[in-house]
Every structure is written in structure tokens, then in C-alpha cells.
Write a protein that binds this ligand. Structure first.
Ligand SMILES: Nc1ncnc2c1ncn2[C@@H]1O[C@H](COP(=O)(O)OP(=O)(O)OP(=O)(O)O)[C@@H](O)[C@H]1O
Ligand SMILES: [Mg+2]
Length: 221
């Protein structure tokens, strides 16, 4: 047993004019390597903030976020950029594919940023698992929402990240697409030994998790 993420007494406050918003208000959480964790909670409960903190996108107001043994607050901005690129795969809400690039170009885009060539066997494996083989030369608008989301997942996984973070990856899908995408995320995480942390309102997806973390007003309940 090994924890890949350790969060200690974490607080994240935002200034909203004269007011202070306590987005995270004392979080202690350990995430075991290789497990599938789902984060649930009402709108505004702090879910996205928590995911962004694990990705090192925000500095804590108080407390620590330790990923793979490294305290993120000890890293400089350039180190954090490299850390995110190499260790974290982010699946955004609403896919965020680049419309001018083909599906293949979209998927390998994160590697180009790092001047790395794709591992062709891994690439083939990934697009096969995600059912994208026939869409590689197509542009995002030609694909269904479900297939675009699969491309976004492939793009998040192409760098072989040890942690995959996904914010409402099945957003507005129908039940069948949701189950497909959820199953694929879980399967790719298992195949490539990744730790998966997913925000969702979707009960079908939550049911597949090893653990459900519930947030309320910036606290775990
Ligand atoms: N960059 C920011 N600046 C100011 N306030 C913020 C910022 N990010 C989040 N907040 C506030 O922090 C609280 C938690 O926001 P967060 O986005 O983490 O909630 P959430 O659980 O993801 O909600 P949703 O389900 O609607 O996506 C909210 O009150 C939000 O308005
Ligand atoms: Mg959110």
C-alpha cells in the first residue's frame, strides 16, 4: 500500500471583493496509488478547487499537497509545469480539443509540448481501447460527443501520467455513453496502473469507484 497523494490540513481561500470564500476549509486526504477515487458534492462545495490543488495549479492558503513524495509548494513555477506535463493527465469538462487539429494531432499534442515522440505501440493500444482507430484523420467536429470525450481521454493518457484527474468527464452524456466513457476510464487506468480521481454527479460512474469522497462547504463529510 502506498499513497500517491497526501493532503494535509489544506485550506484554500479566495478573495471575492471584500469577502473571503473558503473554497477548501481543512482537508485531510490520502489517495492510494492505483485506486479510483470519485469526488462528489454540491455545486460550490470545492470539488474543482481540490482537483486543481492536486495538479499544482494553486498554492495552498494553508497546509500541504504532497504528490509522489514531493510537496508541491516547494516547487518553482517551471518545475510545476514539468510536473504537470509528465505526471498529471487532465480531462477537462467539455473536451477542449483543438478544432484545427485532427484527432491524432490532438492526442499527441501534449508530447509535442515536451519535445517527445509518441511511443507508437502505446498510442495504438490507447486508440484501440478507446475506439478511435477510424477517426484519427478526422477533425473533432466530425465526431459524436462521446467520441470527442474519448479523444480527450486519450490526450490525457498519452504522456503515461501516473495520475489522471477528470472534472465531470461525462458531463451531459446519455446513460449509454456515460457508461462507456466511465468503463473506458476505469479500464485504461487499470491497464496503465494509473491513479484516477474523478469529479462527477453521475451515480453510474460513482459506482465504479474504489472510494467516494464527499465534499460539503470545503470540508470532507
Ligand atoms: N478562482 C476563484 N476565485 C474566486 N472564487 C473561487 C475561485 N474558484 C472557486 N471559487 C469559489 O470557491 C468555491 C468552490 O468552487 P469550486 O469551483 O471548487 O466548486 P465545485 O464543487 O467545483 O462546483 P461545481 O459543481 O459548480 O463545479 C465557490 O464558492 C467558488 O465560487
Ligand atoms: Mg467544479
Amino acid at each position: 500500500m502506498m499513497d500517491i497523494v497526501t493532503i494535509q490540513h489544506l485550506k484554500k481561500f479566495f478573495k471575492d471583493g471584500p469577502q473571503i470564500v473558503k473554497a477548501l476549509d481543512g482537508i485531510d486526504l490520502s489517495i492510494e496509488k492505483g485506486k479510483f477515487t470519485v469526488i462528489v458534492g454540491a455545486s460550490g462545495s470545492g470539488k474543482t478547487t481540490l482537483l486543481n490543488m492536486i495538479a499544482g495549479l494553486y498554492q495552498p492558503t494553508e497546509g500541504n499537497v504532497i504528490v509522489d513524495g514531493v510537496d508541491l509548494s516547494q516547487m518553482k513555477e517551471e518545475q510545476l509545469t514539468v510536473f504537470r506535463r509528465r505526471k498529471i493527465g487532465f480531462v477537462f469538462q467539455g473536451y477542449n480539443l483543438i478544432p484545427e487539429l485532427t484527432i491524432k494531432e490532438n492526442i499527441i499534442f501534449p508530447l509535442a509540448l515536451d519535445d517527445t515522440r509518441p511511443d507508437t505501440a502505446y498510442f495504438s493500444n490507447l486508440v484501440h481501447l478507446l475506439g478511435l482507430c477510424h477517426y484519427l484523420d478526422a477533425y473533432p467536429y466530425m465526431l459524436s460527443g462521446g467520441a470527442q470525450q474519448c479523444a480527450a481521454i486519450a490526450r490525457a493518457l498519452i504522456t503515461k501520467p501516473s495520475i489522471v484527474l477528470a472534472d465531470e468527464p461525462t458531463g451531459s452524456f446519455d446513460i449509454k455513453t456515460t457508461q462507456n466513457v466511465a468503463g473506458l476510464l476505469k479500464m485504461t487506468a487499470a491497464t496503465f496502473h494509473q491513479t484516477l480521481v474523478v469529479i462527477t454527479h453521475n451515480l453510474d460512474l460513482a459506482q465504479l469507484a474504489d472510494r467516494i469522497v464527499r465534499l460539503q462547504d470545503g470540508k470532507i463529510v
